[in-house]
Design a protein around this ligand. Structure first.
Ligand SMILES: *[C@@H]1O[C@H](CO)[C@@H](O)[C@H](O)[C@H]1NC(C)=O
Ligand SMILES: *[C@@H]1O[C@H](CO)[C@@H](O)[C@H](O)[C@H]1NC(C)=O
Length: 215
């Protein structure tokens, strides 16, 4: 019963602001660039670091004391780069990664004892939470919970990650960081009641050993 109620809560929340969705999608797509100024390539691996707000890169961890599955988190330490991800555009013919364009996000190496795809997906762990889980499905015709988007942030050179479904009437929402009590984890997800911090990011090519971490 509890599970059913929280599912209803999730869907009501996602539909609440649907009238705003079309406006958010009208931006003209632009090629996304990494911290070296290179255009992001579809399927290549990138670390995702906070542009503002500090601390480490994006990674995965379990919720609370769970063993499986994982959810997307921000590393606590600024010294940790996190785990690289791939951006997989809805249109597989796109070699580049553009803003305002539907894409799947996938951890390049989902090394885990859990059986998980590594594909990001809006999910819930407890009733009020909209976490980003790591067991989604990539590719066209997949469920709306699997779709994200990159948009330019107000800070020059920084970007926002949005949940932005490839489906009409469902609102696009910025991803941010939230935390519960004292479990010490910084979860990535949709705005939740309670502590929630906006997240702006930059990208670093994962195999680029010469790139200086200047952020
Ligand atoms: C996780 O385990 C610790 C230590 O056993 C416990 O204090 C804490 O309440 C647990 N957290 C959750 C969310 O169950
Ligand atoms: C991930 O999804 C697959 C396919 O639906 C399922 O078999 C598997 O158990 C899921 N993994 C976890 C950790 O829930």
């Amino acid at each position: 019963m509890k599970l059913a109620l929280s599912t209803v809560t999730l869907f009501l929340f996602l539909f609440t602001f649907s009238t705003k969705a079309s406006g958010l999608r009208a931006d003209t797509p632009e090629a996304v660039v990494d911290i070296s100024g290179e255009e992001l390539k579809a399927g290549a691996s990138y670390y995702v670091f906070p542009a503002t707000g500090g601390r480490g890169g994006l990674s995965f961890n379990t919720f609370g004391n769970d063993t499986c599955p994982h959810v997307v988190v921000q590393e606590w330490s600024e010294l940790s780069k996190g785990k690289p991800v791939q951006f997989l555009p809805l249109n597989p013919e796109n070699d580049a990664v553009f803003t305002s364009t539907n894409l799947n996000i996938k951890f390049s190496e989902m090394i885990s004892i859990c059986v998980e795809s590594g594909v990001w997906k809006i999910t819930k762990r407890i009733s009020e939470a909209r976490h980003v889980g790591t067991n989604g499905t990539a590719g066209a015709n997949q469920d709306f919970v699997n779709w994200f988007m990159i948009e330019k942030a107000e800070t020059e050179g920084a970007y926002k990650l949005k949940f932005c479904p490839n489906a009409p009437y469902i609102v696009c929402q910025d991803l941010g960081i939230f935390y519960w009590g004292d479990d010490g984890k910084r979860y990535v997800g949709l705005a939740n009641p309670g502590e929630f911090e906006p997240l702006t990011v930059v990208f670093q090519k994962a195999n680029d050993v010469n790139a200086v971490m200047s952020i």
